[in-house]
Design a protein around this ligand. Sequence first.
Ligand code: ARG
Length: 459
Amino acid sequence: QDQHAWSGRFSEPVSELVKKYTASVGFDYRLAEFDIEGSLAHAAMLARAGVLSADDLAAIRRGMAEIVEEIRAGRFEWRLDLEDVHMNIERRLTDKIGDAGKRLHTGRSRNDQVATDIRLWLRAQIDTIGGLIGELKGSLLDLAEQHADTVMPGFTHLQVAQPVTFGHHLLAYVEMLSRDAERFVDCRRRVNRLPLGAAALAGTTFLIDRPYTAELLGFDSVCHNSLDAVSDRDFAIEFTAAASLVMVHLSRLSEELILWMSPRVGFIDIADRFCTGSSIMPQKKNPDVPELVRGKSGRVVGHLVSLVTLMKAQPLAYNKDNQEDKEPLFDTVDTLIDTLRIYADMMRGITVKPEAMRAAVLQGFATATDLADYLVKKGLPFRDSHEVVALAVRHAEGQGVDLAELPLSVLQGFSALIGEDVYAVLSPEGSLAQRDHVGGTAPARVRAEIARHRALRGA
Ligand code: ARG
């Protein structure tokens, strides 16, 4: 039986059940290459400070290079009895290079080591996620451009409200995703600080050069308090909050896709490769991907709650509780990356049915507000014109027709201010064209927004 790194202190071996319970290597092996990157920077700093010899540093570099190869080739044997990724790698290094491997942990603790690993790992994931959000925005922008003029009903309370263009509707999600991307950029600034050097909690007696280690690892700065450096996971919480918002935004879009694809609505169709059939009902084509995205949003929000709860009652500094940060964080990243990838592809596989959208606009008195605005422009106070139009809508509803289908003489019965030119504003296209200001749904404004977003992306 192998000796544990701390076994000198103990009079009996740790129970098997406890070993299993406390081991994290089953999941933290994912940090391996970042752990090695951190160790190499730490060793280089120690050598520069004269704490490690040049020979030791060379041996560590050689040993770690071999270990990286073993890991990439799937030949590295992860041992549960060595508890976590850090001790597995350190042991393997020592098996290979002897005492130099045992000197690596000088001036360091697993506490600052693991905090460094997670930050390095998360930084790389944030960069991947930023790229994927950009791709999804790209597919939404392409679809929006094709439908800059396509009329659809805009809804409030899920009831037809006013005409918008489908392009404009899609751009709402582009805005949400742009803010999501900003949040990750901002979060990255706080992720990108170096905990290493905090050691277990109080710093170290060796004369270390933390800014140098930070520079080697591409961190913007060091964490300025050793207790804080090893104990807080606020950066992971922040990240998961940003991820939750992306998932919430995509859950809303999913809900709309599901609704639009419902045969009762029929605004769009989703490519077959994103749908599944029913094992009993032969006619079915179900929007499984959007439904799963909606479902998985709950999972990511759950991870956010886990991490906040994990943190909330921990006294300073490090506690083993923090080992529980990894699975929620890993699963958040996996879920988000998969979702963004599949979504970008799915949005390119959407067929739009403009006739169905237009028919829906013509059924819900969507241009009633336009009639009210028309009367205001002819001199009627808005509250009065609102009342006039309400009466006209009530009449049209009784006749089973749209406002635009009422003859001029009938419309004039509600207000003498109404003239022949009213029919221009009562059409969906007339309604759209008049909403011609920044952020409005006029097709020209939709095109301008698409161009603005593309310029920002540099695409
Ligand atoms: N596996 C541990 C974690 O994930 C590493 C740090 C352990 N430190 C300790 N003192 N037990 O947090």
